[in-house]
Design a binder for this molecule. Structure first.
Ligand code: BEZ
Length: 256
């Protein structure tokens, strides 16, 4: 394994489950014709397009230039911009901010919540889903063990540091930043990965690049092989790998 897999075209073709699984969050958003909606962390734009089909006016933003380029190629009639979720360049502009599978990537979460609140008009809603407590625990435990083994041999490793909060912690965070939380849930959402036997290694190459990239190609292969071996008994069945996702999903309102 020598190649980086974090590229938007691969994301689009080999990890489509991310946006396909996000359709339920669009249902919770329930966009209406004429509404102005921000898709925060739009990736390659598929959910932005689904929201636009309702007749809403949507802007998709992503921190990755590559993602924004592919989103613009996929959906040239829609507006996409590169922006940081912690410092959105919008003030009281949107009826709703939507986000799928993104908030666990961005720290500090307080900065994201404040930035979303600024972007919303009074009475606007924030509807999102992301990884909550227990998310990918089996995978991350195996990754941690594999990195520990390398460390024992003197390798300097980078440890993943995602934000998977308990539900009550995240609801308190929203409330402390002046959102009213209308509904919220924390639930297990086992997610079959694309790619058959290759599914886990493809997922690791795509989403684990932060800790894999500092390693040599043979060390990367060692980590991937270790994770496959350790998680196979629980996460691989009948030719398909399933990631042990747990989600937080919520709808919260900025006061009038
Ligand atoms: C997710 O829960 O969507 C996720 C978390 C970490 C890495 C990749 C995906």
């Amino acid at each position: 394994m020598t190649e980086r897999e974090w590229d938007a075209s691969r994301y689009d073709s080999a990890h489509s489950f991310v946006w396909e699984r996000g359709r339920g969050v669009v249902d919770l958003l329930a966009p209406k014709p004429g509404e102005r909606i921000l898709d925060l962390g739009c990736g390659t734009g598929h959910l932005t397009d689904q929201i636009a089909e309702s007749g809403a006016e949507v802007v998709g933003i992503d921190s990755s230039e590559d993602m924004v380029r592919v989103a613009s190629e996929n959906f040239p009639h829609l507006r996409f911009e590169v922006a940081d979720a912690r410092s959105l360049p919008f003030e009281c502009e949107f009826d709703a901010v939507f986000s799928n599978a993104v908030l666990h990537w961005v720290r500090p979460p307080e900065a994201v919540v404040d930035s979303v609140r600024r972007a919303l008009r009074p009475g606007g809603r924030f509807v999102a889903e992301f990884g909550g407590e227990n998310n990918i625990r089996a995978i991350m435990t195996a990754v941690g063990e594999a990195l520990y083994r390398l460390e024992q041999d003197g390798t300097e490793v980078y440890r993943p540091n995602k934000y998977f909060p308990p539900l009550d912690e995240y609801v308190s965070l929203l409330e402390s930043r002046d959102f009213r939380v209308a509904n919220s849930a924390h639930f297990e959402r086992p997610t079959p990965l694309d790619g058959g036997e290759e599914g886990m290694r493809r997922w690791l190459r795509m989403f684990g690049w932060d800790y894999l990239s500092p390693l040599s190609p043979s060390q990367r292969e060692e980590v991937v092989a270790y994770v496959e071996k350790a998680t196979r008994p629980t996460l691989y069945t009948n030719g398909t790998w399933t990631a042990d996702y747990w989600r937080i999903r919520f709808e919260a309102f900025k006061p009038e």
